[in-house]
Design a protein around this ligand. Structure first.
Ligand code: NAD
Ligand code: UD1
Length: 335
């Protein structure tokens, strides 16, 4: 298939572009590089030995999106492009609502106009809120506590309504848990903007000596060691989950959790990182981070049953690959 990958120069999009090329699909990437760099496109090509068609463009600009649909015969869209920082979304809600909503609306509109019937959307476990674990796709979603989460809930709803109104339209809503790690080549990975908010990039930067020590946000949660529990998934497994979702997409709306089904605490991840890489990560326990939930992990049985997909890589692989990328690349804005 000829796949339009928006946000394909970013962290998850670039790994998915590789997985798609390896599965013999053609990839067109549209990215405005607001959180990535064009060097990633060359790296995707050098890893796979295949060509990518790249457009530096903003998918909130309707005319630009339309010209893409006119120029290429597109079979499916995977829509990663979006802003993703929870804290920033609270400070700049309009940026988040306009970027994340308008991009989705433009793409959906052009899919209808040009008869593109397959749409895969990057959603998040954040739509479950503070629910009962394991999170199941059929659960009632709880109101989002920040504009970022709200855009995910709203985009899911828009695409669902669209599919109900247009029976030929197929939508895959993929709810990611916590993607970490990097491609095993060490060439692409996650490069956070400024001081990382998320745990793994913070750990790798402490290990590298760029940051003095990790702050563990709370050790009084109702978990075995008191620290927060998350379902970390290797980004390459996540990427392969997209190929499975796309290749198994049938008419209607289909929601799948992409996680491992296992919870790992903050301290367990720190210990695993130290063991996998034989490097010390100094930390101190501080107060809870506002807005954090105690425990979040997926029920992954639906994805296994319907997509024939399961995460294969373990925490050790995630720690090793995240560190390899940090050692080789961890500065500057190149994923
Ligand atoms: P990322 O920032 O690395 O990638 C997003 C890409 O989209 C970037 O390359 C950016 O330049 C591009 N982009 C943003 N707005 C654009 C626009 N208007 N037009 C064109 N390009 C635009 O983020 P990521 O971690 O790869 O996340 C990809 C998607 O997955 C996002 O929608 C994000 O909300 C979602 N998601 C991410 C996580 C996570 O932990 N990383 C978890 C759940 C969901
Ligand atoms: C965060 C986002 C969530 C998003 C997810 C994946 C917030 C409030 N939530 O979730 O919406 O879907 O990333 O991108 O930002 N931790 C520390 N020290 C740190 C960083 C994190 O102890 O410096 C702890 C956290 O308290 C948490 C765990 O590590 O228990 C994981 O944190 P993080 O990587 O930020 O992911 P989430 O909190 O799951």
């Amino acid at each position: 298939m000829n796949i339009l990958v928006t946000g394909g120069a970013g962290y998850i999009g670039s790994h998915t572009a590789i997985a798609l090329l390896e599965a013999k699909h053609s990839v067109i990437i549209a990215d405005n590089l607001c959180n990535s760099s064009s060097g990633t496109i060359r790296k995707i090509e050098s890893i796979t030995g295949k060509k990518v068609t790249f457009y530096e463009m903003d998918v909130t600009v309707e005319e630009a999106v339309e010209s893409l649909f006119k120029t290429h015969s597109i079979d499916a869209v995977i829509h990663f492009a979006g802003l993703k920082s929870v804290g920033e979304s609270v400070e700049k809600p309009l940026n988040y609502y306009s970027n994340n909503m308008i991009s989705t609306l433009n793409l959906a509109k052009m899919c209808l106009k040009y008869g593109v019937n397959r749409f895969v959307f990057s959603s998040s476990a954040t739509v479950y809120g503070d629910n009962i674990v394991p999170f199941e796709e059929s659960m009632n979603l709880l109101p989002a506590t920040n504009p970022y989460g709200e855009t995910k809930v709203m985009c899911e709803r828009i695409l669902t309504d669209l599919a109900h109104a247009n029976p030929a339209f197929s939508v895959s809503l993929l709810r990611y848990f916590n993607p970490i790690g990097a491609h095993e080549s060490g060439l692409i990975g996650e490069v956070p903007n400024g001081v990382p908010n998320n745990l793994m990039p913070y750990i790798t930067q402490v290990a590298k000596g760029k940051l003095a020590k990790l702050r563990v946000f709370g050790n009084d949660y109702p978990t075995a060691d008191g620290t927060g529990l998350r379902d970390y998934i290797h980004v390459v497994d996540l990427a392969e989950g997209h190929v499975a979702a796309l290749e198994n997409l049938i008419e209607g709306v289909h929601t799948h959790n992409l996680g491992t089904g296992n919870g790992t605490s903050v301290l367990e991840l720190v210990n695993a990182f130290e063991e996998a890489n034989r490097i010390h990560v100094p930390y101190e326990v501080v107060g809870r981070r506002p807005g954090d939930i105690a425990v979040c992990y997926a029920d992954v049985s639906k994805a296994a049953r319907e997509l024939g997909w399961k995460a294969k890589r373990n925490i050790n692989d995630m720690c090793r690959d995240a560190w390899r990328f940090e050692v080789h690349n961890g500065t500057g804005k190149t994923t």
